[in-house]
Design a binder for this molecule. Sequence first.
Ligand SMILES: *[C@@H]1O[C@H](CO)[C@@H](O)[C@H](O)[C@H]1NC(C)=O
Ligand SMILES: *[C@@H]1O[C@H](CO)[C@@H](O)[C@H](O)[C@H]1NC(C)=O
Ligand SMILES: *[C@@H]1O[C@H](CO)[C@@H](O)[C@H](O)[C@H]1NC(C)=O
Ligand SMILES: *[C@@H]1O[C@H](CO)[C@@H](O)[C@H](O)[C@H]1NC(C)=O
Ligand SMILES: *[C@@H]1O[C@H](CO)[C@@H](O)[C@H](O)[C@H]1NC(C)=O
Ligand SMILES: *[C@@H]1O[C@H](CO)[C@@H](O)[C@H](O)[C@H]1NC(C)=O
Ligand SMILES: *[C@@H]1O[C@H](CO)[C@@H](O)[C@H](O)[C@H]1NC(C)=O
Ligand SMILES: *[C@@H]1O[C@H](CO)[C@@H](O)[C@H](O)[C@H]1NC(C)=O
Ligand SMILES: *[C@@H]1O[C@H](CO)[C@@H](O)[C@H](O)[C@H]1NC(C)=O
Ligand SMILES: *[C@@H]1O[C@H](CO)[C@@H](O)[C@H](O)[C@H]1NC(C)=O
Ligand SMILES: *[C@@H]1O[C@H](CO)[C@@H](O)[C@H](O)[C@H]1NC(C)=O
Ligand SMILES: *[C@@H]1O[C@H](CO)[C@@H](O)[C@H](O)[C@H]1NC(C)=O
Length: 783
Amino acid sequence: MSVAMTASRFSLCRLLLTVIKFAAVATAQDSTNGMTLDYSRYINNFLGTTNGGNMFPGVVPAPFSMVKLGPDVVNKTTDAYSGYLPEGQIFGFSMMHESGTGGAPKYGVVSQMPAVGGVPNPLLDLGRNRTTPDVATVGYYRSELDSNVTVELAGTERAGFYQYTFPAAGEKSIVVDVSHVLNSFRGFGWGQGYAGGSFARTADGYTGHGIYNNGWNLAPNWTIYFCGHFDQPFVAKTFTGNDTGNATNLFSYGAANATAGIYRQGGVFTFDSSTVTSRVGISFISTTQACSNVAFQIPANTTLSSLVTQAQSRWTDDVFSKVTVSETNTTVLTQLYSYLYGMHLLPSNRTGENPLWNSTEPSYDDIFTFWDLFRCSTALVQVLQPQSYEEQLRSIIDIWRHEGWLPDGRSSNFNGRTQGGSNADNVLADAWVKGVRGSVKWTDAYAAMKTDAEVVPINNFDKIANDSSTKEGRGALPDWKEYGYITPRFSRAVSRAVEYSANDFGLHQVATGLDLTDDAEKYLNRSRNWRNHWNPQQAALNFTGFLVPRYANGSFEYPYDPLSCGGCYWPDPYYQDLAYTYTLNAHHDIYHLIALSGGTLSFTSRLETFFKPGVYTAGNAAYGNTIFNPGNEPAFTTPYLFNFVGRQDLSVKYSRHAAKSFYNAGPAGIPGNSDAGAMQTWILWNMIGLYPMTGQSWFFVGSPWFERMSVDLGGDKTLVITSCGGNQEDAIYVQSLKVNGCEWAKAWVEWEDVFANGGTLEFVLGAEQTRWATGELPPSPAS
Ligand SMILES: *[C@@H]1O[C@H](CO)[C@@H](O)[C@H](O)[C@H]1NC(C)=O
Ligand SMILES: *[C@@H]1O[C@H](CO)[C@@H](O)[C@H](O)[C@H]1NC(C)=O
Ligand SMILES: *[C@@H]1O[C@H](CO)[C@@H](O)[C@H](O)[C@H]1NC(C)=O
Ligand SMILES: *[C@@H]1O[C@H](CO)[C@@H](O)[C@H](O)[C@H]1NC(C)=O
Ligand SMILES: *[C@@H]1O[C@H](CO)[C@@H](O)[C@H](O)[C@H]1NC(C)=O
Ligand SMILES: *[C@@H]1O[C@H](CO)[C@@H](O)[C@H](O)[C@H]1NC(C)=O
Ligand SMILES: *[C@@H]1O[C@H](CO)[C@@H](O)[C@H](O)[C@H]1NC(C)=O
Ligand SMILES: *[C@@H]1O[C@H](CO)[C@@H](O)[C@H](O)[C@H]1NC(C)=O
Ligand SMILES: *[C@@H]1O[C@H](CO)[C@@H](O)[C@H](O)[C@H]1NC(C)=O
Ligand SMILES: *[C@@H]1O[C@H](CO)[C@@H](O)[C@H](O)[C@H]1NC(C)=O
Ligand SMILES: *[C@@H]1O[C@H](CO)[C@@H](O)[C@H](O)[C@H]1NC(C)=O
Ligand SMILES: *[C@@H]1O[C@H](CO)[C@@H](O)[C@H](O)[C@H]1NC(C)=O
């Protein structure tokens, strides 16, 4: 499409837009009567904690906070990825967690655990059941243990607050075990290790550090320092011990997988008082910094309730108040605001806490992972948190600057894992085309992307897939460069090829912007390489042509069942989804895919088959045996692809069906692993009525859930989305649309249209599936 044309049409509407924006803002203020709404009552911290969602329900005192204070549960049948599980024993309350992640539990470090009646051996199992389900709200968490101790938690970005209420009878103790981490029982060798530390008693508490390693990203030793204070007098005993003395017992509940010969250590603090509070600071730099973090953020005599109030106003100001809706149904409001909350728990802002290098650039960690987040999450972070987003981008470029590689996943200050492509490339390209500039050093960003595209990362000989690096970069690059496809000598060959294509398209985008015309052309050509896996002979269901494994001699693996992926895991030809799904995933080159698929009608039918119940008899039973798996990221964009064939009504039909059927306001409220908020952002876009096309500057038009939604874009810019004629059941289809007051016949809008300066989308909805989008089809720049 012509950018110039869009711009001129846009300016014609500008006067009208100003009037509409003013009216919309006035309405939003009316609805709150100028009062700050108590959004926290709409947050269900437990949304997405069961059904494999793995959300962290504990205390996250501010968006992207480094401290995430919550319970650590041991349940030998299920890994506690976030620390929390509804059933199982709590064996500590610790300061650092991930949220909504898989692979293996990470963190669960810097803990305290209360005990009643004496602690003869602090290295034995101190785990306790709960007498009632845990209680949580924004900035607050409470567990009632069957030792009759109530534990309440609050915190700030770099310090935590524990409040204990002990029973009157029995010795009252708090145990600090430096070796405490979350275990993994999956048996993949991804369990965390404890590699030593230090522990020292102070006048009113303790200081020290712990060294840990491994976890899903196979991290080497990393260190966290801590500084704890108690508000009550105590008698303290410090202890050391090792696992070889009584390994069976010591490993049985929550002990770290200690390096042989490393002494576990800690302290037992015993109190007379039935109420005890503790303030604990953490730091990646030093115990001194841990002590100053707690001294500045939670001074002595701070109350739990003041910290909860502070956390709630932080979340309200930074997140909740940015999105207002006309909705009154509290179930739907709980979904909206809990999803907004759930997408802001990761990554962790660790600026000032980077132990690896000194830098003027911000420092973020816990990217878990871009493979999950590049499709629609980073695009929403840009909209809602432009300042943090710019910091996040600067941070990953700084990682490249100092370590040589952008991360795909990263935790404990270590890159890993890379599941498919080098998807930071997509994130950077997306930011570039949507105008993120600020303090981002784009020449460095592009050099970092070029490292991904040209340099083979050193093989880390990962046990689960030892053909190439799982740490960073593009391990299968040798084939990509030599053949233009990826042979089975590399694991995940076909899904990596599809992702490398999108990565190269990302390089094309940024190279174009930086006037690097040779590179722009080179990477555009390479972005078409997905086509080299297309076997026109391969048939399935009623369709021919699929992306399948291909050998070095040019032949395809034939036949290859498009409803298969091998085992769908690290050693297999496709990662976490089927050949059928990945065949639909070269989104920058869709018109070529449509042509290969036999044209618009056949492609539409291929897409509809994707969502047809009963077609995939071998799996996805929870979703009616559709090929479509709404619980994982590879198919996130697929429901919206109907916009490319003039069937926006079908995009609405299938995306809304998934949103309504597989998401709800309860603990099982997301259909799969949240993946650091990826699931939350998918349904938030569905509510908004748009969906991003990562790496390009435009958005699919969907169908909004609400009569009015107002999104504060920062800098006095607002996006207002209104609808009339719709309902939450069947009247979901677009009848007509106005963008910035002008009639709109395209099933897509540009960043410039509604986000760059704010804007309005006015939908008329109804129960009838109309073909309203008769205008220009969405761009497919590689076709
Ligand atoms: C672990 O969780 C499962 C499923 O919630 C539950 O049935 C089981 O009792 C739990 N095990 C323990 C040891 O609590
Ligand atoms: C905790 O509950 C489980 C059953 O869910 C029981 O088997 C176990 O003995 C209990 N543990 C304690 C310490 O009471
Ligand atoms: C907890 O309190 C209950 C009821 O007061 C009592 O029956 C139980 O023995 C107490 N448990 C412990 C471990 O003290
Ligand atoms: C502890 O380490 C051993 C040897 O590395 C490994 O086999 C085991 O799975 C680990 N255990 C846990 C709980 O991570
Ligand atoms: C990890 O730390 C432990 C204890 O300080 C040390 O013995 C070990 O060599 C370290 N491992 C690596 C790989 O640096
Ligand atoms: C190991 O634990 C068992 C059960 O708690 C105990 O009987 C035994 O004495 C312990 N052994 C050592 C060497 O501590
Ligand atoms: C661990 O402790 C036991 C006794 O508790 C001792 O016999 C053994 O030598 C210790 N192991 C190491 C590696 O320090
Ligand atoms: C905390 O409060 C107590 C009692 O009110 C007071 O004695 C103490 O000086 C206070 N501590 C600080 C550091 O303000
Ligand atoms: C509120 O929304 C939920 C979820 O869509 C729905 O089940 C419920 O019926 C609605 N309640 C009312 C009062 O409309
Ligand atoms: C960062 O600077 C401080 C103060 O100069 C220094 O103590 C520290 O070692 C530096 N850290 C790194 C990782 O270079
Ligand atoms: C990230 O943390 C740093 C240091 O605390 C802070 O200055 C910065 O404002 C934070 N970023 C955001 C977006 O809050
Ligand atoms: C394939 O086409 C036949 C005939 O048109 C139809 O009956 C069948 O349902 C189609 N299969 C699928 C999976 O769409």
